[in-house]
Ligand binder design. Structure first.
Ligand SMILES: CC(C)(COP(=O)(O)OP(=O)(O)OC[C@H]1O[C@@H](n2cnc3c(N)ncnc32)[C@H](O)[C@@H]1OP(=O)(O)O)[C@@H](O)C(=O)NCCC(=O)NCCS
Length: 192
């Protein structure tokens, strides 16, 4: 099933599709957050403006094929971060979620509500069965986010991700299944 274009969030914020015209604004945000992003994400080490535009184009093409779903998190009419289903595996009806938020917008619950909206969409509209989050075991805010919404910790993949040439991260794997929504630990509806 095709995705809705824009998902509303509390406080007048929203998740909307990226456009090629966002490339400069998005890249400026990456530059401002580069040190923190590069602690956890390989792509952030050396991402150029051309790479940011290529990311947007690739995301749009992947979404047209229904194989990915990337959304800009918009707050006060500016892009504050990116959240998405980076790869949808339709054979198994599962997807991995990735996200990052501008430091100036952290600590306010914005990503909690954005992630909850994406998860509801993935289960209710796209009929996926399993959503996965992988976070560096040392990335406490990311792990707290997954746990806050009721994702279950499944285990740790050792040196699963090459963050830099000198460092592999051990990744904590979290999942939520469509059936988990009925379980007491799932807190997707409180984040509307
Ligand atoms: C991971 C990341 C998105 C988490 O951001 P965040 O600001 O902690 O997440 P939220 O926007 O949901 O905010 C949660 C915080 O707001 C607080 N908060 C305030 N109001 C809230 C509300 N209504 N609902 C939920 N939390 C609320 C929470 O208590 C929490 O603060 P705390 O960590 O001090 O307890 C952010 O740290 C980030 O972008 N990091 C760099 C990139 C990265 O690591 N990406 C993940 C790779 S796996």
């Amino acid at each position: 099933m095709r995705a809705e274009l824009t998902l509303g969030l509390p406080g007048g914020r929203c998740l909307r599709p990226l456009q090629e015209a966002d490339a400069d604004e998005l890249h400026a945000l990456i530059e401002r957050n580069r040190d923190e992003l590069a602690r956890w994400m390989q792509w952030a080490q050396e991402q150029t403006p051309a790479d940011t535009l290529a990311f947007i184009k690739r995301s749009l093409a992947r979404e047209a094929d229904n194989h990915a779903l990337q959304r800009a998190i918009v707050a006060d009419e500016r892009i504050a971060g990116v959240l998405g289903l980076r790869e949808i595996d339709w054979a198994n009806r599962c997807a991995e979620i990735s996200y990052w938020l501008d430091e100036g917008h952290q600590g306010q619950g914005i990503m909690t509500s954005a992630l909850a909206a994406l998860v509801r969409h993935a289960f209710d509209e796209q009929r996926l069965n399993r959503l996965e989050i992988r976070a560096d075991v040392e990335n406490a805010p990311s792990r707290a986010l997954a746990e806050r919404l009721g994702f279950r910790y499944e285990g740790t993949l050792r040196q699963a991700y090459r963050v830099t040439a000198a460092r592999y991260s051990d990744d904590a794997v979290y999942s939520m299944l469509a059936a988990d929504r009925a379980q007491p630990g799932a807190r997707l509806d409180e984040s509307r």
